[in-house]
Design a protein around this ligand. Structure first.
Ligand code: TXA
Ligand code: MG
Length: 326
């Protein structure tokens, strides 16, 4: 493939160029508030298929349709439950994806074997601009090779997909930094299938009824695999009180250790140490960027100080579990 273009979202001309590439059936990575998405025109089956090839993602893992107008739920779903309108009103545009009963016009390429369709209206003005300029919705999985760390900058996208996609539209660093919360509204009781910044309590308080938190339930989402979001460097998470001793033992054994910490300063002898915030939102915004940078530091081990066990950190624990799974 030809060289991947880097477009600048501050230039209206480049937004038009990104939309034109999409209209021509090309793949363009676009910024959203959560992570960069690899966009393809939903109206072009060849382009949607190319997303799987570029990411090396197995066919059958369903894709999220990104809308620029909540009304378009009517196009993609056979019926839009009242709960969906309420959540859209409260959280869109924003980091929330809704699973709805799918309309037959949603192809199997987009939904896999699922009888549901995933829809989200992103908050990033550049993403909305691109969708509106194209005049159709785009599918947009995270713009990383399958199983790897999600990208929160244009550089991360290029590090993983350069030469495999037509362009990346640079819109700066993502402000949320973790993928959207996914809530399934197609069943009896709303159920979170992927935790994110918006927690089940916030959803429940808008809906005035209980929402099942992600847990055993998240096995139900196809593509929700145990190993995911992985650095190439072996990565483990270690409780704060054991961090120092275990890192020292690794160093004594000759390891080159990088530590991601928020509370317990790592011992002398670590090769790299990055400190993240004690506040979950700020931590999440920096998390993937920190993993990308440690993964490029020629380390033999990445050690992550386990974050607090608390509902506010649920989405981070979910990503951490997958990043560390072997
Ligand atoms: O924040 C986000 O959601 C980002 C940005 C780019 O919008 N996108 C994203 O897409 O994280 P992706 O493809 O990396 O993850 C989407 C996940 C799938 O792995 C799958 O678990 C779930 O969404 N999903 C999508 N469509 C579904 C469907 N029809 N039924 C069940 N699960 C679905
Ligand atoms: Mg992904």
């Amino acid at each position: 493939m030809t060289q991947t273009l880097r477009l600048d979202s501050a230039q209206p001309e480049h937004i038009r160029q990104a939309a034109q590439l999409l209209a021509d059936g090309q793949l363009v990575a676009i910024p959203t508030e959560t992570v960069y998405g690899l966009a393809a025109d939903t109206g072009n089956a060849g382009a949607v298929r190319a997303v799987f090839a570029a990411k090396q993602r197995p066919i059958g893992h369903p894709l999220i349709v990104h809308l620029a107008d909540p009304e378009r739920m009517n196009h993609w779903a056979t019926s839009v439950p009242e709960t969906a309108w309420r959540l859209a009103e409260a959280f869109w545009p924003g980091p929330l994806t809704l699973l709805l009963p799918k309309h037959e016009r949603a192809s199997e390429l987009i939904t896999g074997a699922s009888d549901r369709i995933a829809v989200r209206m992103p908050r990033h003005p550049v993403a909305l601009d691109v969708i509106r300029t194209l005049g159709r919705e785009v599918v947009a999985p995270s713009a990383n090779p399958y199983g790897r760390i999600s990208p929160t900058t244009a550089d991360h996208v290029l590090a993983g997909l350069s030469g495999k996609i037509a362009a990346v539209l640079d819109g700066g660093a993502c402000t949320v930094g973790l993928e959207s919360t996914i809530v399934d509204l197609s069943g009896e009781r709303p159920t979170v299938v992927r935790p994110g910044l918006i927690g089940p309590d916030q959803l429940a308080s808008v809906l005035g009824r209980p929402v099942t938190a992600a847990g055993a339930a998240n096995i139900a989402a196809p593509g929700n695999v145990k190993r995911h979001y992985q650095p190439k460097t072996p990565t483990s998470s270690i409780a704060p009180e054991r961090l120092s001793a275990e890192v020292q033992a690794l160093i004594r054994a000759g390891a080159r250790v990088g530590v991601l910490w928020y509370r317990s300063a790592p011992p002398e002898g670590v090769t790299t140490a990055l400190q993240l915030s004690q506040q979950p939102g700020d931590y999440a915004r920096m998390f993937y960027a920190a993993l990308h940078s440690l993964d490029q530091a020629s380390l033999s081990h990445i050690v992550i100080e386990t974050p607090p066990v608390d509902d506010a950190w649920a989405a981070l624990h979910d990503r951490l579990r997958r990043a560390c799974a072997r």
